[in-house]
Write a protein that binds this ligand. Structure first.
Ligand SMILES: O=C(O)CCC(=O)C(=O)O
Length: 299
């Protein structure tokens, strides 16, 4: 199957495979791989049964607002939505889904936590504010790095992109631009950039991603992801997602969670019972709070 970015097919010669790493590797090996590659890719970190429990609950909530067809556990987008009819507050609705205990068990539970303790080489803590993403046909996330969102109080933050459905190429998986964590011009462009303060500047990099990768002699790295896989990367690693163009209309469900060392200062926007998120507007600010049949905003 082809990978598509911005309606364009990515030439096969530019596509590369993410290297797999193992959770049983020593802390030293994991740190060395993260520094070398800018990411760590673990298969099957979360038990698929635990993922299924969370996924089914989430899908059931989306089915109740008519966004998914029956049988809801297949995650087939209906093209419809009664989200705004059923719920007055999009943020409250999305928070209620993001706080499902079956989901929190896998995003903020022991498994990921132990991996991050190992990667940081000290006790870690997961952000309370998480970014659960059901992604319907036609949608994708543009090229960016995460530093402008999450490094206000400490630079020592890592993103974990956790996979809750099968995400083959045509369902719009995440990609990483090979070696982009070492692109000095990009690092200095986003140094001290804060997307919620410097509103004249965008976090999304407005380039032709295919040409960008080719010009830098980098491959566009990805995988056919399975439920329970986790891709962890640093704040300067450039990434985005391919377009979901799956003919079966199945949605892609993933969740990005951030972790930092426990003893680093915490950004209050992302911690606590009612975190405000990047802009302070809470879960309502997320694209995921929008009905599945509504277009996304770009930061
Ligand atoms: O899943 C997506 O669409 C985007 C994920 C992302 O950009 C991230 O995890 O930082």
């Amino acid at each position: 199957m082809d990978a598509i970015i911005n309606e364009k097919i990515v030439p096969k010669r530019l596509m590369g495979k993410l290297k797999e790493t193992f959770v049983d590797n020593s802390s030293e090996l994991l740190i060395a791989a993260l520094n070398r590659d800018g990411y760590l890719f673990f298969r099957n970190v979360i038990n698929p049964h635990e993922v299924e429990l969370a996924r089914n609950e989430i899908f059931k909530r989306l089915f109740e607002i008519k966004e998914l067809k029956t049988p809801y556990h297949e995650g087939i987008f209906s093209g419809l939505s009664t989200r705004d009819k059923n719920y007055e507050d999009r943020g409250e609705f999305w928070k209620s889904i993001s706080d499902l205990s079956t989901l929190r068990e896998i995003t903020n539970g022991k498994k990921l936590h132990n991996i991050f303790d190992k990667i940081f080489g000290c006790p870690s803590i997961g952000f309370d504010f998480i970014f659960l993403r059901p992604v319907a046909n036609g949608k994708s996330t543009k090229l960016h790095c995460d530093s402008g969102f999450f490094t206000r109080t400490t630079k020592k933050v890592l993103t974990c992109w956790l996979v809750l459905t099968e995400v083959p190429i045509e369902r719009g998986p995440l990609f990483i631009i090979e070696n982009s964590h070492k692109f000095e011009d990009i690092k200095s462009k986003f140094l001290n950039f804060d997307v919620a303060i410097h509103k004249d500047k965008k976090a999304m990099i407005d380039v032709d991603t295919i040409k960008f990768a080719e010009d830098r002699n980098s491959k566009i790295l990805t995988a056919n992801f399975q439920p329970g896989d986790a891709l962890i990367f640093g704040m300067h690693t450039l990434h985005g997602t391919f377009q979901n163009y799956a003919k079966d209309n199945k949605i892609r469900l993933t969740c990005d969670v951030r972790f930092q060392p426990k003893n680093e200062p915490k950004d209050p926007r992302y911690f606590g019972l009612n975190p405000g998120g990047t802009t302070g507007a809470g879960y309502g600010e997320l694209n995921s709070a929008r009905p599945l049949n509504e277009n996304w905003h770009n930061r």
